[in-house]
Design a protein around this ligand. Structure first.
Ligand SMILES: Cc1cc2nc3c(=O)[nH]c(=O)nc-3n(C[C@H](O)[C@H](O)[C@H](O)COP(=O)(O)O)c2cc1C
Length: 186
C-alpha cells in the first residue's frame, strides 16, 4: 500500500510537512507514506488556459503521475486567510484538467492541517475536502487539526505531541482501509 503525502506549504520548516513525516512514521506495516518532494509545488506555474493549450507543464505531469501511482493521498494544509494556500489550490486546478482524467477519481484522500493559531487550519481543511471531492477523490472524513503548531514540534521539526501522533495513525489507518479492496479486507 502506497500513500502519497502532499504538503500545502512550500516552507522548508513547515509544520504541515512535519505532520506528513510523522504520519509516515506511524504508518502500519506494509504501508509506505512517501512525501511529494517538499517545496516542489513551487515549480507548478500559475494555471493559464493558454499555457495548457501548449501542453501539460512538466511539473504538472509529475504531480499527476505521482497521484496516479499512489493507492491513497494524504494532504496536510496550512490555512492562509481562512482558506487553502494559493499554490496548493493552483496545483489542484491543474490536476483537475481535464476533469475526466483526474488522477484523484475514486482515490481515497484525507486532509489534515496545522496552523499557529487556535483553530488548526479547520477552514482550509474543509475547503480542501470540498475541492478534492470535486476532483473525484473519495474523501476520508477523519480530521486532525493541529492548533498552536509551534508548541507541538521540536527545534528539528519533529512532531513531539503524542495525541496528534495517535490521531495521525488513525487517519492513516482509515486511508488504508478505504484503499483496501473489500475481498482483501474480509
Ligand atoms: C499569508 C498567511 C495567512 C495566514 N492566515 C492564517 C489563517 O487564516 N488562519 C490560521 O490559523 N493561520 C494563518 N496563518 C498562519 C499559519 O497558520 C502559519 O504560518 C503556519 O505555520 C503555516 O503552515 P506551515 O508551517 O506548514 O508553513 C497565515 C500565514 C500566512 C503566511
Amino acid at each position: 500500500m502506497q500513500i502519497l503525502g502532499i504538503s500545502g506549504s512550500l516552507r522548508a520548516g513547515s509544520y504541515n510537512t512535519g505532520l506528513l513525516r510523522a504520519a509516515a512514521e506511524v504508518a502500519p506495516t506494509g504501508t509506505t507514506l512517501e512525501l511529494y518532494p517538499p517545496g516542489r509545488l513551487a515549480a507548478v506555474p500559475p494555471y493559464d488556459g493558454d499555457v495548457e493549450e501548449q501542453g501539460t507543464p512538466a511539473a504538472v505531469a509529475e504531480l499527476k503521475a505521482a497521484i496516479a501511482a499512489a493507492d491513497a493521498v494524504l494532504v496536510a494544509t496550512p490555512e492562509y486567510n481562512a482558506s487553502v494556500p494559493g499554490q496548493l489550490k493552483n496545483a489542484l486546478d491543474w490536476v483537475s484538467r481535464p476533469i475526466s482524467e483526474s488522477p484523484l477519481r475514486g482515490k481515497p484522500v484525507a486532509v489534515v492541517g496545522a496552523s499557529t493559531s487556535a483553530y488548526g487550519a479547520l477552514w482550509a481543511q474543509a475547503e480542501l475536502r470540498k475541492v478534492l471531492g470535486i476532483l473525484g477523490g473519495r474523501i476520508v472524513e477523519a480530521e486532525v487539526a493541529v492548533s498552536h503548531a509551534a508548541e507541538r514540534f521540536d527545534a528539528s521539526g519533529r512532531l513531539v505531541d503524542d495525541e496528534t501522533r495517535e490521531q495521525l495513525a488513525g487517519v492513516v489507518a482509515d486511508l488504508v482501509a478505504a484503499a483496501t479492496p473489500v475481498a482483501q479486507a474480509a
